[in-house]
Design a protein around this ligand. Structure first.
Ligand SMILES: Nc1ncnc2c1ncn2[C@@H]1O[C@H](COP(=O)(O)OP(=O)(O)OP(=O)(O)O)[C@@H](O)[C@H]1O
Length: 249
């Protein structure tokens, strides 16, 4: 299983949001780290085929085949958890997953077992019949992960899965991604270092659309030039005062 991006570029009008991005992903957990505007969502949207690269803007290959050509069969390998969004408050967790299974084309008979399985994986089995409107933020995030797991995808894209969660909820999600990363390619975007430093096999640092550097946590902290060798210091080294500022051109 490999996902390869070669020289990918994406413009929005004049804005060059992703610049010549090249990387090969294999089984494991990858953290995409960067401040607002770094290009994380753009990259994820290209990988999920929700956005097309520029004309002549590089290629994206799944097991050696262009995803553009694979179309539906590629999307069947893909699970995507978008940034938190309004969920259907009046639906139960089980009905919501039933609805998404239908959209994904999973046959009804199979869907029932799969829904039970993904609910168990995200520790929501007991809340299956409860309405989403009464769920906490963490439960909603886990339900969004559950829908991404329908169809048992080999590639899982999680856009800020731990945003706004308390430590207990973070641990649940961390353990889950840790386990899933044994057999899938998982990409997690975040601007919170502590969310990924213990779970990511590799971390990619993005800034203004450019891949600055990548490596394991221990490889990355070796790049720290001043102060203690921590990922925070590396982050400051690369992003300095702009850490939370929206990226410029
Ligand atoms: N639809 C769009 N039209 C114009 N510019 C866009 C559009 N989407 C993103 N951008 C710009 O492209 C750049 C990269 O944005 P992107 O959303 O990929 O960054 P990000 O790292 O995901 O940021 P965040 O953490 O805020 O989600 C930003 O400067 C953003 O303003």
């Amino acid at each position: 299983m490999t996902l390869v991006l070669r020289h990918c570029n994406k413009h929005y009008g004049k804005k060059h949001a992703l610049k010549d991005f090249t990387f090969s992903f294999e089984t494991g957990v990858y953290g995409l780290l960067g401040p607002n505007g770094a290009g994380k969502s753009t990259l994820m949207n290209l990988i999920t085929d929700n956005l097309k690269p520029d004309k002549d803007g590089g290629e994206i290959l799944w097991d050696g085949q262009p995803i553009r050509k694979l179309g539906k069969s590629y999307r069947a390998c893909l699970g995507f958890m978008p940034q938190q969004q309004e969920l259907y408050a009046n639906m139960t967790a089980r009905d919501f997953l039933g609805y998404l299974s239908a959209l994904k084309g999973i046959p009804r008979k199979e869907a029932k077992d799969q829904i039970a399985d993904v609910l168990e994986q995200v520790e929501l089995s007991e809340q299956a019949a409860q309405k989403i409107g009464g769920f906490s933020g963490g439960m909603k995030q886990r339900l969004l992960i559950a829908q991404a797991l329908l169809g048992n995808p080999s590639l899982l894209i999680l856009d800020e899965p731990t945003a706004g969660l308390d430590p207990k909820q973070r641990v649940i999600i961390r353990n889950l991604t840790d386990r899933l990363g044994q057999e899938k390619i998982i990409l997690i975007s975040t601007h919170i270092i502590s969310d990924i430093e213990t779970i990511a096999d590799q971390i990619l640092l993005l800034r203004k659309g450019t891949l600055l550097t990548h490596g394991t946590v221990s490889e990355l902290i070796e790049q720290v030039q001043t102060g203690e060798k921590t990922l925070e210091n590396l982050y400051l080294q690369y992003y300095g005062g702009e850490a939370n500022a929206a990226g410029g051109a």
